[in-house]
Design a protein around this ligand. Structure first.
Ligand code: PHE
Length: 357
């Protein structure tokens, strides 16, 4: 037994890698290893002999196993050391100054407007892009036969025959999040909801997927005056100028009463889009006082509460601020365009630090 011990412990000490250790393990303590063979001999011994040899063989087996485990750990440590010595990194080297990726203007503008509305006490709410037609239409006071459904150029989700789940649509606006937020949080309420929306439409200022930001404020004494003030404050902060001409036009939406659309003064001269000058107007949002039926659908008592809501086109206001003349380019993923109009990833827009530098 002593010979076995000396032999295997010496082999373990000399082993250079895991494969060698495994070979030693099989030869020594494997099922057909030398120690196992010795254990088989126990049967032929007298009980007295067996009482001495049995525990001694077990101890030998344990000792060889322990030596194998210790050597295995030591080999792993040595391998890690060698790797660490090889893969060194000089953290004092200057950063590469070539910009790699950029922040897309839509993401940038979403951050900017979130910062502005946060300052006015609005928190960010979210809802699904695929929603039921109840949230997208009915709850917003747009019943099945209403012409607004047709006007919206809705994408309906395919339904298999016999599917009796409620019909789903790609949301045509962010207004369904009004209902979801009322259900979740009740009144009073002050939220914005930025996100993607879908309509079957395609030209220089329309793409089938675009972005809106919904605004909703519900409280006890809210009027059109609050709506107008909030929008004017927003536009001043967003365009980083004091004078931007806004035009409030009387309009109609089933979910607001009264309703107004807001246009912003701009010019398109020479193919470049400029805000605040010229004789053209670009519509940027729809708005109004939340219709009592909409409050009811959201579980809020219209005799106690009232509110204003607006839905603004994020892509539109991005085009205006950054002079991007064609909306379709936003979604082409043309690297040259992205490098030109993209933002550095470390420019976090804040009101005090500057929105866009
Ligand atoms: N949901 C409307 C649209 O997409 C905009 C809107 C929102 C109008 C909220 C009034 C109030 O055109």
């Amino acid at each position: 037994m002593d010979d076995l011990k000396q032999k295997y412990l010496a082999q373990v000490a000399d082993a250079g890698d895991e494969a060698a250790l495994e070979a030693i393990r099989l030869a020594a303590v494997g099922k057909k290893g030398e120690v196992a063979l010795k254990m088989r001999e126990l049967g032929r011994m007298t009980p007295e002999e067996r009482q001495v040899a049995g525990p001694a063989l077990n101890a030998l087996k344990d000792e060889i196993n322990a030596a194998l485990a210790a050597k295995k750990a030591a080999l792993a440590d040595a391998a890690l050391d060698a790797r660490l010595r090889e893969e060194w990194l000089d953290v004092t080297l200057p950063a590469r100054d070539r910009r790699q990726g950029t922040i897309h203007p839509i993401s940038q503008v979403t951050e900017e407007l979130t910062a502005i509305f946060a300052e006015m006490g609005f928190s960010v709410a979210e809802g699904p892009r695929i929603d039921t037609d109840w949230y997208n239409f009915d709850a917003l006071n747009i019943p099945g036969h209403h012409p607004a459904r047709a006007e919206m150029d809705t994408f309906y989700m395919h339904r298999a025959e016999g599917d009796n789940r409620p019909p789903h649509v790609l949301r045509t606006h962010t207004s369904p999040v009004q209902i979801r937020s009322m259900e979740k949080m009740g009144a009073p309420l002050r939220i914005i909801c930025p996100g993607g929306v879908y309509r079957a439409d395609y030209d220089q200022t329309h793409t089938p997927m675009f972005h809106q930001v919904e605004g909703l404020a519900i409280d006890r004494d809210i009027s059109m005056a609050h709506l107008k003030w909030v929008l004017e404050e927003f536009v001043k902060a967003y365009f980083e100028v004091d004078g931007v001409d806004l035009r409030f036009r009387a309009s109609h939406f089933p979910f607001t009463e009264p309703s107004a659309e807001v246009d912003i003064r701009c010019s398109w001269e020479g193919g470049t889009l400029k805000v605040g000058e010229g004789d053209d107007w670009l519509e940027i949002l729809g708005s109004g006082m939340v219709h009592p039926n909409v409050l009811k659908a959201g579980g809020i008592d219209p005799d106690q509460w009232q509110g204003f809501a607006f839905g603004m086109g994020i892509d539109r206001i991005a085009m205006l601020k950054y002079g991007i003349p064609d909306l379709r380019a936003f979604f082409d993923s043309d690297l040259r365009w992205l490098r030109h109009y993209g933002f550095a990833s470390l420019d976090q827009p804040t009101l005090h630090g500057g929105l866009s530098r």
